[in-house]
Write a protein of this length. Sequence first.
Lengths: 470, 313
Amino acid sequence: MVAFDEMLPEPTGLRRPYTGYDGWLKNQDPARLTEKMRDAERVFRKTGITFAVYGEEEAAERLIPFDIVPRIISGHEWRRLTQGIEQRVQALNAFLDDIYHRQEILRAGRVPKELVANNEAFLPEMIGVRPPGGVYTHIIGVDIVRIGEDEFYVLEDNARTPSGVSYMLENRETMMQLFPELFQRIKVRPVENYPQLLRQSLATLRPNGITDAPCIAVLTPGSYNSAYFEHAFLADQMGVQLVEGHDLRVVDGHVAMRTTEGYKQIDVLYRRVDDAFLDPLTFNPDSALGVPGIMDVYRAGNITIANAPGTGIADDKAIYSYMPEIIEFYTGRKAILGNIPTWRCSEPDSLKYVQEHLAELVVKEVHGSGGYGMLVGPAASKKECEDFAKKLAAKPSNYIAQPTLSLSTCPILTEKGLAPRHVDLRPFVLVSDRIQIVPGGLTRVALKEGSLVVNSSQGGGTKDTWVLDD
Amino acid sequence: MLLGRTANGLYWMNRYIERAENMARLVDAGLRMALTRTASSAEEWTSVLLSAGCETEFRNRYDDLSAGPVADFLLRDKSNPSSVMSSIETARSNARMVRTALTRETWESINEAWMSLKRMLADPIDERELPKVLDAIKRETALIRGAFYGTMLRNEIFDFSQIGTFIERADNTARILDVKYYVLLPSISWVGSSLDNYQWESILRSVSAHRSYRWVYEADYRPTNIADYLILDGRMPRSLAFCYRNISQSLNYLDEAYGMRHVCHKTVAETLAKLKVGSIKEIFDSGLHEFLMDFIRDNYRLGDEVAEHYRFH
């Protein structure tokens, strides 16, 4: 199975969006490009754009490898993608509002009740809570894969705390530093206003009754968290405080941060701490990362938490397989962007099929992320398949399976010149009184030849993503 | 507006940058003495360790009082929380925590210092390379300071940083003086043996003042002049008076900005008053050692008071 290459597909040759770039590339000295690769790494290291890999010795700080060949999307392709994404994001918020109120979709039998009721991501504490503007998930990263000229699929919705947007911004910054002339030749739509848009959309959804400029803060688990760089980066770019749980406490019915002048009220909290750790009085009592009592303040409408607690029920992998039904139920239209066919191992027929075809499928944990705990059948050894089969048999409902898609490829620069590697795409969506999608996103690339795993924790890299202004 | 935790991070980031630089300077002065006076080098290294405040820890782990082990302990040893490597690590992790309060230039200079010193101090240092390593440490900290002073806004962020820098520096200068206070007592100032001359020069070298001293006092080393220079001279950037003028200025700016005074403002004013006495003679009359002991204790207390008042924790 030959993958669709986004730059140089067989047999038609160079695709249109890449013509400008190709014209420039042909005139480049390979030695200079190699030098630029090294420059890029120096920039990232110097700036400290690193992430920690859990489980490695002393949680070493590592760089996510950056490839200097951009991934290019035409304006036409982008418009189609954004329509699909907007529709999906509308449906996600409508679903959340419904699930925490009347649960019409469950009553209508379109999504099985037990899938919600028995789901850890469903928070009973959120029942009856309607955040400002009715927005539950403010910041969403939709993972999209492509397998052909017109074939885009949504692989996953990240509606809890999607990460990676800082890489989108720093990748562009780095490319503009390395190749200023390219940006003069080719009209690429800008992404750098993302932090301003984020700030505006957070401010728009401040609690009712806050008329002045609301006080916004980013809540991080701390500097040892793998995504700490991003938390600091976003706080910095938005010009808001970066707080940790122990900086905060509930004072007079509001969440307040400890400053050098005393406690100061926070109105909007962009939290990068998982639900379970958000409030030790409500959720995990051992959590030192959250704020005791914040859920009471939230339910009283005195703080906006983005994303709202309990949004995980919408991006759960078991729910994912119902997204086409969910979209149709709330928008009245068919999904513009398709789902990847998914077998729910909780269903006996599907389980049987998955068990018989394990070597051809990708099997994922329902609640997993980051590429951990998954089996890529075609790439796995016989022993790995056998071991996985045992885990699957022990708890089928914990797994879903999907066909091994031939993800599109995009060239990367290697020592031997350009070579195709599989990619995916995560555009970032902001929801306030409107839906905004910055033209671009994070392209993740599997650097190993033939590999389909693009996760940075598993040896994936990133590319700058260009949306052409055409 | 500034988080208490951020103020704390800025304060310690700057204390540790200052500490790393002072450590390099102490080793440098020790090395110089050891090279010129091999007979008493063990004594000199003991002074260095005492000034660094880690003589006991050193003796618990090493027997050999010579350049190799002392340099290793003060520059590389990560079990020594005040070694250059530990200090730079701590400074950087604080900087990382308060990153949103720093200019890009400041953060990058700290991050790059950490990367380059980590490489340089990874393996034991060949004694022949020691001067080069010490230069590199001083250069890296100078680059941080340059980036900091060149780009940071003079606001509360700057003030908490300044307070950290100068509390650490004052502590360092006072310790160096106290370890050798006996060679500065007037009774032996008349002797002026070559041994005394070496001791005096060593004190000045430890605070990088052996050249500037000569600009002020010409060639003669006189212990009262040295003490005067390092304690009372407001123009000498490592003197106690200089440090306290800066701390006082920053605390007063904070008071203006917040409209809140606290016991730390009183402490700094009292210490500053003691440093504005007419002459060094008054300090000698009431006892140099006692003066320095009091100073070190009050300086330590000031740090605690600042932390408490500005809600560091």
